[in-house]
Design a protein around this ligand. Structure first.
Ligand code: FAD
Length: 437
């Protein structure tokens, strides 16, 4: 324990948000103390860590999950709650994975695109998780040039037998679904879902616990011990394991030699309005989640108690916003002018982990220590797919893991100084292209 010099984090509270104000049941998992031994220890209690814990515990392994703050404290408990088939980096994935998968790459990506939906639905049903899960989504065009992308997605869905779950809408069609004049078309998808992400995560943690997993909060892992018998060390405890999975996304500072400069924070802000009453039905009668086609997009949906939840405009400099409500109100009023002046009850922000080529980073730090991170803003479904892939890998089936691990993982030299400026420039460039298309 002598190598551990960093002080433990002070006991963290949840970020005040609509989600933390409406969670089903607060967690009170113990701080890690003393010495434990398990098959797999997982670092990080977001969707990646918790979903992996459920998968591994369902396979009969003894699992420990160690979270620095509270379960669901990071992006998992603060996101837009949209469960969509959009994988970050699918174009880059197709290019890179095509090198190993050849002609099968399109089928591989298509299966991957929807696997997270199945896992979430099955888990919600099996463990009785109350998380306001609803079906229905619009990918909305803000100008005519956006329609080509939506038409291509529609045609692929129809070709692959998903025709009953998708439809293309023109401007009038969108207006019959949303009380908004902003959009000139949309792809409607009833397989996509939306939900209360914090309640899903906490429900999954309870499921893992029910399967025998040990869960610790307020227990920052300060060091990973490598070797034939790896271990994780916190300020007051140690867990020995046969394998370690690092699932701390953009929040961890562990293993800098290998991982520093590979993942960068972009700050995203979200607000929820006061409950809208009858107006909620007027602006979104089918209770659909919506995001638009831009590179830096806005997204919105209703909450179970009829508020508008609205997010957008990620800040790629990595700096937090001072007044999220003031930044997002113009977007709300542009989308729904009938909400002019609507009270904002909750506002919060959170860092999402962005990786340069947008391909989730899966890999090994040593023989028995693994990592999985970086969904670049598309992590609700993806983290559940990754939980399954990591559980397969840790139990000996490496096929899907190897397909991801073979993709290049871009490391920015002087990442702490250059990473976010490079991201900001990249996004500025994409936004410029966006204006021109
Ligand atoms: C504003 C916003 C909106 C988003 N909206 C959507 C959306 O609508 N749909 C979608 O698909 N995706 C969305 N995302 C992305 C999605 O939320 C994330 O990709 C996903 O939650 C990442 O899960 P994770 O478990 O990998 O990371 P996180 O949820 O960030 O969890 C990492 C956890 O690791 C813990 N940790 C870190 N270091 C240590 C350590 N040393 N010891 C112990 N624990 C540690 C942290 O405390 C944290 O709890 C959004 C993200 C943001 C920020």
């Amino acid at each position: 324990m002598n190598a551990v010099t960093q002080a433990a984090l002070p006991a963290a509270k949840r970020c005040p948000s609509y989600y933390s104000a409406t969670l089903n049941q607060e967690t009170h998992y113990p701080t890690l103390q003393g010495h434990h031994s398990v098959d797999v220890v997982i670092i990080g209690g977001g969707f990646t860590g918790v979903a992996s814990a459920v998968e591994l515990a369902e396979r009969g392994l003894k699992v420990a999950l160690v979270e620095a703050r509270k379960i669901g404290w990071g992006a998992t408990g603060r996101n837009g709650g949209q469960v969509t088939g959009s994988l970050s980096g699918d174009a880059a994935m197709r290019k890179q994975m095509g090198k190993t998968l050849g002609a099968e790459v399109d089928d591989f990506i298509w299966q991957l695109r929807w696997r997270g939906h199945q896992i979430i639905q099955q888990r919600v049903a099996r463990y009785g998780i109350a998380c306001d899960l609803k079906h229905g989504h619009l990918h909305a065009a803000m100008k005519a040039s956006h329609m080509a992308e939506l038409e291509a997605a529609y045609e692929e869905a129809v070709r692959r037998g998903m025709g009953a779950e998708v439809s293309l809408l023109d401007g009038a069609g969108v207006r019959s679904h949303l009380g908004s004049e902003l959009y000139c078309g949309a792809l409607k998808n009833t397989r996509n879902m939306h939900l209360h992400p914090l309640n899903l995560c906490l429900g999954e943690a309870r499921a893992a616990e029910g399967l025998g997993a040990l869960i610790f909060e307020h227990s920052e892992v300060l060091q990973i011990v490598h070797g034939a018998k790896p271990a994780v060390i916190t300020a007051e405890g140690r867990i020995d394991a046969r394998q370690v999975l690092l699932a701390g996304d953009v929040y961890h500072k562990l293993e800098p030699q290998k991982l520093k400069g590979m993942i960068f924070p972009a700050m995203g802000g979200i607000v929820t309005t006061a409950p809208l009453g009858e107006l909620a039905k007027a602006i979104n009668p089918e209770d659909l989640a919506v995001y638009d086609c831009r590179f830096v997009l806005d997204y919105h949906r209703l909450t179970a108690d009829g508020r508008l939840l609205f997010g957008g405009g990620a800040n790629y400099s990595g700096r937090d916003s001072r007044d999220i409500a003031a930044e997002l109100r113009p977007g709300i009023e542009r989308t729904f002018p009938q909400l002019k002046g609507v009270p904002i009850d909750f506002q919060w922000s959170c860092a999402m982990g962005i990786v340069m080529n947008r391909i989730p980073q899966l890999g090994k730090l040593s023989d028995h220590v693994w990592y999985c991170q970086g969904y670049s803003g598309h992590g609700v479904a993806t983290s559940h797919i990754m939980g399954e892939i990591m559980a397969e890998a840790l139990t000996g089936s490496l096929e899907r893991f190897d397909t991801f691990a073979a993709c290049p993982q871009i490391k920015v030299p002087l990442g702490a100084q250059l990473g976010n400026p490079m991201l900001a420039v990249g996004m500025w460039y994409y936004q410029l292209l966006e204006k021109l298309r």
